[in-house]
Design a protein around this ligand. Sequence first.
Ligand code: ZN
Length: 275
Amino acid sequence: MNKKIISCAICGAETTREQNCNLPLTPEELALAAFEAYKAGAAIIHLHVRDEKGIATQDLDLFKKTIGLIKEKCDVIIEVTTGGAVGMTDDERLEVVSLNPEMASLDCGTMNFGDEYIVNTLPTMRKFAIAMKERGIRPTLECFDLSHVYAAQMLVKEGLVEEPFHFSFVLNVPGGVRYDVETLDMMIRRIPLGCDWTVIGVGGRASLDAHYGALALGGHIRVGFEDNVYYSKGVLAESNAQLVERAVRIIREAGFEPATPEDVRKHLKLRGGES
Ligand code: ZN
């Protein structure tokens, strides 16, 4: 596919209104942000939800309501988080796959997350991979570290994840691997040839650098307030859509076109989103 996939992570688990007052939090706000990101050129929405206090939750009803509102507006692909937030149990994180989204994130190892940490043992990862495989959900194999790249391939070898594989390299989380193009290059050289991959640079500078790194090395782009709340140094982004619009411009300047949700459904052999 000679097109570039834009994923948009519209709110995440940790970003706050204090960091950016334009952060969408309620189901209605999330649905509007998703729709605007889709109109701007995003094919995939990476989705977390928040409770009435704005705290990250894996509450099934909130996911259901938000996904329903997004689907009323557009046919963008929804990738739910199973990373959840720091401190959640495996079962709590995994329950959202029962809503049969087309895609879900699958964290491929334990990592520092600022002063906290998130635990993903191999048995946890296997449980998540099996649940997704049984439901025909395409996992995004999120690798925060080189060891995660190898752990992901253990799942592949055990037959728990099927082709086409979709990797995501998450770099610059505080306490994790920094983003730089050499590190990214080293990681992509260790995944099976021809796989699709996306790169996430956390923080303003790394996020933008990662767009260019992805295009130079053959990957896809993720934007959104989960990863970065700034448009440029010291200037907050007005919306997720504003970040998508820039990604579209960068993609076109590089001689590519942004992929539509239908392109991605075909390319990643998604189920089609019935739920
Ligand atoms: Zn996330």
